[in-house]
Design a protein around this ligand. Structure first.
Ligand SMILES: O=C(O)CCC(=O)C(=O)O
Length: 278
């Protein structure tokens, strides 16, 4: 029996599995996100550290816009000036990542939170650089980025590679917003071609909840909960490794329509498909 108070993760990790408590499942359903402690131990993080650094040093080839600055959309330039280094689809560019322990534990968590039939839709690295108060991830709901499909189950597993704090720009959520219709979003700069990033507004009086988590902890969120994060005012980086699960039917439908989560996809795929559904 796993105690609800356990925050170390030691009694939760069981090989490829991580045991989610009924209280955590309830929180995920109620708030649209949940914090899970110690999904990866310190020794298990080593492989991830190595792969992460190889990407940041550009030792692994990543095509075009899949290596960009999430705040400006800039790509193909010197990344040392980027506020948030964003690597899309690392498992595509470094196939040895496929099937790694974090992916396997995250699959176990996605199954417990969302049920059977969940598969990896995409993965991503997001590294906020030190002393970059412009490393802000705009408020959004993931659903606004994605094609509408009948099965909306989503478990986006966001692993802290560094301790994630308010000072370095931890994730913040507006709990329960997944129960509302998706809000209107607009491109952060110009149009979707100029920047992939979408933004929505908080309503008067709305206050987000910052979720500070330790290295090896994760948050899991669904596609409807409003979230984002502030800049990095600290001297350290804020690195995250994200693996997002959705139902296999949804992923198949996305791929059929040419939607792969690569930033090199035609930027109007979602608009074209939404137009068909309108
Ligand atoms: O890492 C962040 O600050 C934001 C990430 C995010 O929006 C997501 O994983 O859906």
């Amino acid at each position: 029996m796993v105690s609800e108070g356990s925050t170390t993760g030691d009694e939760r990790r069981r090989g490829d599995d991580y045991v989610v408590t009924p209280e955590e499942l309830e929180r995920f359903r109620r708030d649209g996100y949940v914090h899970l402690h110690g999904v990866m131990s310190e020794s298990e993080m080593k492989v991830i550290d190595d792969a992460y650094e190889a990407f940041l040093r550009r030792q692994i080839h990543v095509e075009g816009r899949d290596f960009n600055d999430m705040t400006t959309g800039e790509f193909g330039t010197d990344p040392t000036s980027y506020a948030i280094v964003n690597v899309m689809l690392p498992r595509k560019y470094l196939p040895s990542l496929q099937g790694n322990l974090f992916e396997r534990r995250a699959a176990s968590i996605a199954r417990q939170l969302c049920g059977d039939g969940m598969v990896i839709d995409f993965d991503q690295l997001l590294a906020k650089q030190p002393f970059r108060d412009d490393a802000v991830f705009a408020w959004h709901q993931d659903q606004a980025y994605w094609i509408d499909t009948p099965d909306r189950r989503t478990a986006t597993c966001w692993l802290a590679v560094d301790d994630s704090t308010l000072a370095n720009g931890c994730m913040q959520f507006l709990p329960g917003t997944q129960h509302e219709p998706v809000r209107a979003h607009r491109p952060l700069h110009g149009d979707r071609d100029a920047s992939h990033t979408l933004v929505t507004d908080l309503r008067p009086g709305e206050k987000t909840t910052p979720v500070e988590i330790k290295r090896g902890d994760i948050t899991v969120h669904c596609e409807g909960v409003l979230h984002g994060s502030g800049g990095n005012t600290s001297a350290s980086r804020r690195r995250a490794y994200i693996v997002a699960f959705r139902s296999s039917d949804t992923v198949q439908e996305e791929r059929r329509l040419g939607f792969t989560h690569s930033h090199n996809d035609a930027q109007d795929v979602k608009e074209a498909v939404d137009g068909l559904h309108a």
